[in-house]
Design a protein around this ligand. Structure first.
Ligand code: HC3
Length: 505
């Protein structure tokens, strides 16, 4: 019976040229390709072999089938199933499947694939990554949110989540009686305290020079939460922020340049896709059939799908916020309050990076999608408004640096509800305001400042409409939200009252 173990490196699979052609892209691309299972048996793949993504076993089997003179024959109806467990049972059917999938000794090497072929492969990698994350998220689901409790009980129960408030805080009355109940935020809370392993990014940033003096950049697939958590401020290239220090209260242009550089670096490390990746895929649009598949989802299915995607995007925003100079020196309550009210706004701003104004599509699930793809959400007005916003902001053609500092400004809004120390938020914000002015002045684009500030109330109205839609959806599908939406999503967009509604129905 065919010995399945690869006997030696594949002499036919020489990708030297492609390694020379683009070592970083090639390495990262090949690394990504392995998320796609073997096209022959479904086992973990090891790359493109003889023109098809296969595992080492099927690569070796095909090579031996080409070199040996043996003829394979099937003892059944030549339709044997070929999977990881059965692949050695029938060599004839296995070879038949190899050929059917396109394996050939003359197949082009990966490095010489056409751009279209490589883009198609890249999009397939992205789709598999998204599926992996979806499964990972559903596996994470068992974590349950604490059920709604009265103020006193809630504070006692949640003390392990949010440090108990010192008596001087104004939460002495029952939460129902105050403007901003001390909500429980186990997911936001731990995300603020620790760095999270983020969902897959567009590509690994190996070898990219990074800002950290230790040479460790933020790569969610590499950096463990402990590693990031243990990086000291100086190790991360930041001077410890101390709003009380005299140095901080008189920002010099050097300090402002440092704040700008720090925010731009954090932005670069916490955006899901690089501009060049999005540019490379800008004409990769969904087919009619693929759009129909999305449109055929039920309302609750599509909402759950988008809620997962939105939550992924928010996780990157949380990491970005934590790296804004001064953000983590704010009190826990204010960090959470700023994220609760600002993260969706930042997601919408960042969405404009992924928008193609020429066909009004946005990068979603590995390809560019128009509004029609989101039809089954049944909130056409919200979709249209979100796309309009993305289109108009995209048309300003912000640079990554301008985008980075603008999103930091969106987050550091001292007018947000439930803030305990507005003045401190304002102090942190002031440096970012100066940083944005500094960058626009340097870029000779001061007129952008007014245009960007004009977008802020639009963001607020979009988020209000989003919350209105969520309340509508939750009335119809309370258990979907409660049981199937990511916990972080519920923390961000839910509220104690809503949790009470859910748990008492
Ligand atoms: C805004 C959006 C949901 C989020 C989608 C995101 C931002 C997700 C991250 C991707 O990298 C980029 C992206 C593209 C499209 C964005 C969607 C467009 C429309 C949809 C709704 C307006 C929000 C629906 C979310 C809800 C209702 C489940 O909370």
């Amino acid at each position: 019976m065919e010995n399945d173990e690869p006997v030696s490196p594949d002499p036919n699979h020489d990708n030297t040229q492609s390694k020379r052609a683009n070592p970083v892209h090639k390495k990262s691309h090949l690394t990504q390709i392995e998320v796609i299972p073997c096209k022959i048996c479904g086992d973990k793949s090891s790359g493109v072999h003889y023109g098809v993504i296969t595992c080492e076993g099927c690569k070796g089997f095909f090579r031996r089938s080409q070199s040996s003179s043996v003829q394979y024959s099937c003892s059944r109806q030549s339709n044997c199933p070929i999977d990881r467990a059965s692949r050695n049972r029938c060599q004839s059917c296995r070879l038949k499947k190899c050929v059917a999938q396109g394996m050939s000794r003359d197949a082009v090497k990966f490095g010489r694939m056409s751009k279209r072929q490589r883009d198609s492969l890249f999009a397939e990698v992205e789709r598999h990554r998204q599926q992996q994350r979806l499964q990972a998220n559903s596996v994470q689901e068992p974590q349950t949110l604490p059920a709604y409790r009265s103020g006193k009980e809630s504070r006692e129960q949640s003390s392990h989540l949010i440090p108990p408030l010192p008596p001087s805080y104004p939460y002495s009355v029952e939460p129902e009686l105050q403007g901003c109940p001390p909500e429980v935020h186990p997911y936001l809370d731990c995300r603020i305290g620790e760095a999270q392993t983020l969902p897959y990014r567009g590509s690994h940033r190996r070898g990219e020079s990074n800002s950290l003096s230790t040479g460790r950049g933020f790569d969610p697939t590499r950096s463990t939460p402990e590693a990031i958590l243990n990086m000291s401020g100086s190790e991360m290239g930041f001077r410890p922020f101390d709003p009380e220090s005299s140095f901080f209260s008189y920002p010099t242009s050097l300090h402002i340049e440092e704040v700008s550089a720090s925010i731009v670096r954090s932005h670069r490390e916490t955006t899901q896709y690089r501009p060049e990746e999005l540019q490379a895929l800008r004409w990769k649009v969904f087919s009619r059939e693929e759009i129909h598949t999305y449109q055929s989802k039920s309302v609750d299915e599509m909402w759950q799908h988008c809620a997962v995607r939105l939550t992924d995007a928010v996780q990157y925003v949380v990491e970005f916020a934590k790296r804004i100079p001064g953000f983590r020196q704010l009190c826990q309550n204010d960090q959470i309050a700023l994220l609760k009210s600002g993260s969706m706004e930042v997601v919408l701003v960042r969405m404009s990076r992924m928008f193609n104004t020429e066909n009004n599509t946005v990068f979603f699930d590995g390809k560019f999608a128009g509004t029609e793809l989101f039809k089954s959400l049944s909130c056409g007005d919200l979709i249209a408004a979100v796309f309009d916003f993305a289109h108009n902001l995209c048309a300003l053609r912000l640079t990554e640096q301008q985008m980075a500092v603008f999103t930091a400004l969106v987050l550091l809004n001292a007018d947000r509800p439930c803030l305990e120390d507005r003045e401190r938020v304002q102090r942190v914000r002031r440096d970012v305001e100066l940083a944005l002015s500094h960058i626009l002045l340097r870029d000779n684009q001061e007129s952008l400042l007014h245009k960007l500030y004009q977008r802020v109330p639009v963001l607020k109205s979009l988020c209000a409409l989003h919350m209105e839609k969520l309340r509508w959806f939750r009335q119809l599908y309370p258990l979907t939200v409660h049981s199937l939406f990511p916990p972080l999503y519920k923390e961000l967009f839910g509220s104690d009252t809503d949790i009470q509604t859910l748990t008492t129905h």
